[in-house]
Design a binder for this molecule. Structure first.
Ligand code: GAR
Length: 226
């Protein structure tokens, strides 16, 4: 890939966006964030992007009569940047089949749970209510199924006695900032693909999601090598 052009979609604070910005700046992700698009006009992530000199755009879903109309404009705005990769980073709209199809195989999402557990919203609260002893985050390819595309990498954190939603969310978020840049790096390096509904890394299908911190050291070193 000549230059990996990344478009990031956000709706909020943008700490995952910041992790991606920092990883591009350090050269860890061999690419360039060519635009950040938010569906929320005053999302703080837009300021982060501007501070990094990245062009920002707002496509406010409330300005459109239907989801299809909103997404038609969103797709057009994304496509204008000719992205190799579209990263959903705290983007809180469900995307319909036309948008998913347009970017299939090059659209990633980060989700704050150990998928397939807790798809959808309020994952931390639901993990606590379910009495989970372990929680975490997943980076996956986006497909038609909500939070159902092939998972590439997960990070696990313990649920501690006395945790509330905020504390647990913060512990998970910290690990999100590690796994998202790593998966983005693999995609930009051309080492990661989605084929036959599965994720492939370095020419091998992933039978199960990779687990941060749980691989043998040698295998891990190979995965993060430059
Ligand atoms: C992150 O925890 C991300 O995993 C989650 O929203 C948060 C955004 O934080 N995404 C979803 O719930 C997607 N359904 P950020 O704006 O600080 O990156």
């Amino acid at each position: 890939m000549a230059e990996c052009r990344i478009v990031v979609l956000i709706s909020g604070g943008g700490t995952n966006l910041q992790a991606l910005i920092d990883a591009v700046a350090s050269g860890f992700i061999p690419g360039r964030i060519v635009a950040v698009i938010s569906n929320v006009p005053h999302a703080y992530g837009l300021e982060r992007a501007q501070r990094a000199g990245i062009p920002v755009e707002v496509v406010d879903h409330r300005m459109y009569p239907s989801r299809r109309a909103f997404e038609a404009v969103l797709r057009e705005r994304i496509e204008r940047h000719r992205p190799d990769v579209v990263a959903l980073a705290g983007f809180m709209r469900i995307l319909g089949p036309e948008t998913v199809a347009a970017f299939q195989g090059r659209m990633l999402n980060i989700h704050p749970s150990l998928l397939p557990k807790f798809r959808g919203l309020h994952t931390h609260r639901r993990a606590l209510e379910a009495g989970e002893v372990e929680h975490g985050a997943s980076v996956h390819f986006v497909t038609d199924e909500l939070d159902g595309g092939p998972v590439v990498l997960q990070a696990r954190v313990p649920v501690r006695p006395g945790d509330d939603e905020q504390r647990l969310a913060a512990r998970v978020l910290e690990r999100e900032h590690v796994i998202y840049p790593l998966v983005m790096r693999w995609l930009c390096q051309g080492r990661l693909q989605m084929r036959d509904g599965r994720a492939w890394l370095d020419g091998e299908p992933l039978e199960q999601p990779l687990q941060l911190d749980q691989l043998p050291a040698a295998q891990w070193a190979a995965l993060v090598r430059h």
